[in-house]
Design a protein around this ligand. Structure first.
Ligand code: ADP
Ligand code: MG
Length: 310
């Protein structure tokens, strides 16, 4: 009979999938991404603004070294007034008053760390503990404080002296819980990446039942972790394909990690594996190979000849 129905059904299912997603505010670039998404085994999320509302509110202000709470908030708000980071916006909102731009000299945003600004001629830094460490300021007393208020801590230092900190809280998105549950039901591993502290990261991960958390990250660290997960996913995909092909033989397969360890390689050492190299591996296995060993180095992926069969 006529194959028209079959031929039409494939693109139509992609269109329906993309149309359905767009109705829910999800834009998918093309049908190839629909198939990639269907195969995804791990999903990696950013925390602030993705899993959380990204709408912080100031909950605690602790001033040090002779500054009043109002003065601390004033300096912090001036420093943060040029940033559109959710943290910065919450501090400016809490300040509520007029921000006198004439008091603010140069402002520099330090990704994953905080802000550096010149306020009333003073060198002001507002940001996390990593930033304080970088400029050699020790955030006195905050240890005990963090224990009773697990929020994101913004430390403030002026002219090399510690001025205190502002604790702000974010809330988990109402829909994030359901989304993570849905992924869990599909056996998809969830990973959360954050530049925030271990403590805050763990609290959010526990609330949402997230499988893996990486905290204290700079933007570049986040990219590295995503790339590593991509490599593992690619290798797992090749392995699954090969296992399907090899079902008739009695061969047993080592795990990707074991196979790589046996030839002295690890996921961490894995160089860039291009799509072409992956395709070459697939082509190399024509269903007669009994074992996979992926020896990976800077050249990509090699299968030792001694281990190839037939
Ligand atoms: P996340 O990984 O949670 O999305 P970011 O990478 O945006 O967070 O920021 C990481 C950390 O850097 C924040 O948790 C905060 O401690 C600090 N930070 C970034 N921008 C600012 C800012 N404008 N003011 C204060 N702290 C900031
Ligand atoms: Mg962010």
């Amino acid at each position: 009979s006529c194959p028209c129905a079959l031929v039409i059904s494939v693109p139509l299912s992609f269109f329906c999938g993309m149309g359905g997603a767009s109705k829910r505010g999800i834009l998918i670039k093309g049908s190839n991404y629909v198939s990639s998404l269907a195969k995804a085994r791990t999903m990696v999320f950013d925390k602030t603004g993705t899993l959380t509302e990204g709408r912080f509110t100031v909950s605690v202000i602790h001033s040090e070294g002779g500054m009043t709470q109002a003065e601390l908030l004033d300096v912090a708000a001036l420093a943060e007034s040029y940033s559109n980071h959710p943290i910065a916006e919450s501090i400016v909102r809490a300040h509520g008053g007029h921000i006198d731009a004439a008091r603010v000299g140069s402002v520099e945003e330090l990704a994953g760390l905080g802000i550096h600004a010149v306020i009333d001629g003073r060198e002001v830094y507002a940001g996390n503990a990593k930033l304080m460490e970088k400029i050699g300021v020790s955030p006195a007393c905050h240890e005990g404080c963090l224990a009773h208020c697990a929020g994101t801590c913004v430390h403030i230092a002026a002219d090399g002296g510690y001025c205190g900190h502002i604790i702000i809280r974010d809330t988990v998105k109402k829909t994030a819980d359901l989304a993570m549950y849905g992924l869990m039901m599909q056996n998809i591993k969830t990973v959360m990446l954050t530049g925030d502290t271990e403590e805050v990261g763990r609290l959010v991960a526990e609330e949402l039942n997230i499988d893996e958390v990486h905290a204290g990250l700079l933007p570049a660290d986040k990219v590295t972790i995503v790339e590593k997960n991509e490599k593992i996913a690619k290798l797992e995909e090749v392995k699954a394909d090969l296992e399907n092909q090899m079902q008739e033989t009695s061969a047993t397969f080592p795990s990707v990690e074991d196979a790589m360890a046996s030839c002295g390689s690890s996921i961490e050492e894995l160089g860039d594996v291009t799509d072409e190299q992956m395709q070459a591996i697939r082509d190399g296995f024509d269903g007669t190979l009994a074992s996979i060993v992926l020896a990976c180095g800077k050249q990509g992926v090699q299968i030792p000849e001694s281990l190839q069969k037939g």
